[in-house]
Design a protein around this ligand. Sequence first.
Ligand code: ADP
Ligand code: MG
Length: 225
Amino acid sequence: MNIRAKELSKIYGSGENRIIALNKADMEIRSGDFISIMGPSGSGKSTLLHLLSGLDHPTSGSLTYDGKDIYGMSDKELSAFRRQRIGFIFQQFNLLPVLTAQENIAMPMLLDKKQPDIAYLNELADLLGISKRLTHLPHELSGGQQQRVAIARALIAKPDIIFADEPTGNLDSKSGGEVMEMLQNIRGKMGKTLVIITHDVRIARMADRQFVIMDGVVTENPVRS
Ligand code: ADP
Ligand code: MG
């Protein structure tokens, strides 16, 4: 899937409180890209990721997926499109506390009135090292395990692209490292596009294309030799 953002902007507030969170971002994301986006706190990283993934609407600018303007879709259409084509991983995991790991993973399918592919769910659990944790509730899992459940949930509908907003931001460096290793491994095996926001320069450098955002302005770093 080819994603094109043109002059994507997001402005919050007005008058003295006006904040240009994202300033005319131009980006093209090609199928299979592994992209990192780095920037200081408050620079607009989450805003950019929310707009690229259709979680939020821009103040101006356009976003197309394979030529289709996704902000032209109705809310219902866009939600369905997101559930089927886009996986999102949050810093805070965002698991539902009353559901088991397996139920959390299956949730996007159930919302779409579809049965999860159980063989695929088990394969994901295996790749993510959580097979023995599927019947546990989130509070019975470590942070790293919760994030791995969230990764499986992001992948269950077999989306083309995964957006991850500081996925290791709430983890210690060891579990963060494991989560990154698994994400990369799965990306390679399944040929997914991965767009990841990070504070961590080591993670940013794993990516094939590296972007930086400062005060809402997005630029791509030249490729390392
Ligand atoms: P980052 O993820 O890089 O820390 P954000 O994208 O969350 O940054 O925020 C970018 C800027 O937009 C910040 O100045 C932030 O305070 C502001 N901002 C983010 N969301 C809102 C909102 N819902 N209302 C008002 N301002 C917001
Ligand atoms: Mg953020």
